[in-house]
Design a binder for this molecule. Sequence first.
Ligand code: GLA
Length: 386
Amino acid sequence: MMPRYSVTVFAALLLGFSLSFFGSPVAQGAPSKHHHGLQTQPFGTQDGRPITLYTLTNSHGVEVRTMNYGGIILSMRMPNRKGQLADVVLGHDTLEGYVPNPPYIGALIGRYGNRIANGTFTLDGKTYTLPKNDGPNTLHGGVKRTFDKVVWDGAPLKGGKAGVTFTYLSKDGEEGFPGNVKVKVTYTLNDENELVIDYEATTDKATPINLTQHSYFNLAGEGTSDILNHEIMISADRFTPVDKNLIPTGELRAVKGTPLDFTTPMKIGARIDDNYEQLLLGHGYDHNFVINRQGDGMALAARVYEPTSGRVLEVSTTQPGVQFYTGNFLDGTVTGKQGHVYKRRYAFCLETQHFPDSPNHPEFPSTILKPGDTFQSKTIFKFSTR
Ligand code: GLA
């Protein structure tokens, strides 16, 4: 992987224009919208390493851009019911915009997505201490070398596919976690307007692992409005209620009769400010839902519909949970693409995952990866219109 990557970067620098793989025409400057497949462009440097921007385009001209810094997805351009494309995720125009990135916009999250209570867990009789970054908790893997902030190795998919694989070696002890963990994440855009995300990880010591993708969606177009008018269906009869630190209490509570019941489609804003303890604690929705499923395969987690554009997003996954977060902590301090100010509830996240704080909840599905085993999961973001 390294040699091809270096050759690519060298060639791109030398020739001064972006390089296409697989013998397809070399394009200058911004990638052409009509080019089907994958295009790459140099996108600056971080930690002394070159960052590459990967543009995935399918035969409908639908386009997803990502980079090997943080595995961040910068944009997803999707059609409305008239076929007009708009970018439906928050983000920044430049690499610098993402450094730092306190809301984790568009990023891959690990080693442990979501919260670990008191920044500690015990595994095989040993207690591990993690850096805290969310009151008493460790959120999204720690402080410094978390998956959203490191430079990954990128390799285009073979066979002209619109896809890229990112790999990263998280060293033993990194952010307090045990074991050398090899992580591989592949993004593929297909002609069904699906962005397919495949995750894989191995380790040489037992360690917790919980990988997710932190894209912030606004199906009306990023930066245009809040998401309270979007309708959402979440395929979950239960959720994991939290305490004041947003740590699950261990209960699996029925959504029935609560403002967290989205088993039939409902406007996100309809009950978001209800006087319900869980909504007050989360400042809105910031909860892990237990996805209804039969068996371990792909299951529909949620479907979101935006009435003015007609855009529909369906999220399906092999994971047991999904964090539905309504951007309650966005407060207008982040200015994103084209000067758009990202205000409270200007986007929602559907972070497919294992349940928060699982290392401290033996009753939850296990997040412990053991040597010799391979962690694998898949999530699909499927776009359509109605
Ligand atoms: C997750 C958490 C939220 C918030 C965001 C990042 O969705 O559950 O509470 O921390 O990440 O801002």
